[in-house]
Design a protein around this ligand. Structure first.
Ligand code: NAD
Length: 244
């Protein structure tokens, strides 16, 4: 522990598992006061001291407004909530489209709108959006609405960065390749041949392995900390060489 986030308050969405959880733990280990949020409170029981948990559904505008009013000023906002829809444009129904846009893009839009005013009033802060290499950097088969919304989230990132750069706000995106998380396991196990599916996911990375949530959390830590004070509006790719 080096206390790189001492004195800072960080709010993390989708913190029950995967990248969000690893980041919440990393932030807390570096001295931040962390508010870990998710819709799945059953998995939020074993965070260490320094982490408070709270149910927060990023698809629920009123829930977000209420949380912002109660929590007030934060220094770091990590927008991690997202869903993967598998399929091409022909397999993406209107409902699939709306769901992905509402969770992957509108969630970050609502969170930023709710928490940004207090950040600005406080003199600044760091917003980190978890995007993806999919469509942001490279087209990926069968990820039509996922990639579309993640590329949209990248656009949102740059727009917010441009508008608030003079007010101490930094806004950046992290673009992971394939990361070993519970939802990846679910996607793998949904295949008739799960072993072959896992091999195919691993083969996407020339480094020959999946990423670890902790590796993404390390980048989030950098972006949350003052070490990245000169950095805004940028995407950080962590993908085992997937987009080389
Ligand atoms: P995950 O998919 O395993 O877990 C997602 C979490 O989000 C769960 O705890 C779930 O309860 C929560 N969640 C779902 N709907 C929510 C809502 N409406 N409000 C709040 N929380 C909600 O975690 P992951 O795989 O680490 O993915 C986290 C983020 O990283 C996502 O945005 C995902 O798109 C992105 N990402 C993941 C990978 C990967 O390979 N795992 C790659 C690139 C980007």
């Amino acid at each position: 522990m080096t206390n790189r986030l001492a004195g800072k308050t960080a709010l993390v969405t989708a913190a029950a598992q995967g990248i969000g959880r690893a980041s919440a733990l990393r932030f807390a280990a570096e001295g931040a006061r962390v508010i870990a949020t998710d819709i799945n409170m059953a998995k939020m029981g074993d965070f260490p001291a320094g982490v408070t948990t709270r149910r927060l559904d990023v698809m629920d505008a009123e829930d977000i407004k209420k949380a912002a009013a109660e929590i007030g000023k934060i220094d770091v906002l990590l927008n991690c909530a997202g869903v993967v829809h598998a399929g091409t444009i022909l397999e993406c129904s209107e409902e699939d489209f709306d769901f992905a846009v509402t969770l992957n893009m509108r969630g970050a839009y609502r969170m930023i709108r709710a928490f940004l005013p207090a950040m600005v009033a406080n003199g600044g802060g760091s917003i980190i959006n978890i995007a993806s290499v999919a469509s942001t950097i490279k087209g990926v088969p069968n990820r039509f609405i996922y990639g579309t919304t993640k590329a949209g989230l990248m656009g949102l990132t740059k727009a917010v960065a441009a508008d608030f750069v003079g007010q101490g706000i930094r806004c950046n995106a992290v673009c992971p390749g394939t990361v070993q998380t519970p939802s990846l396991d679910d996607r793998i196990n949904a295949n008739p041949d799960a072993q072959a599916a896992r091999k195919a996911f691993i083969a996407r990375q020339p480094m020959g392995r999946l990423g670890r949530p902790e590796e993404i959390a390390d980048m989030c830590l950098y972006l949350a900390s003052d070490e990245s004070a000169f950095v805004s509006g940028t995407e950080f790719v962590i993908d085992g060489g997937m987009t080389i």
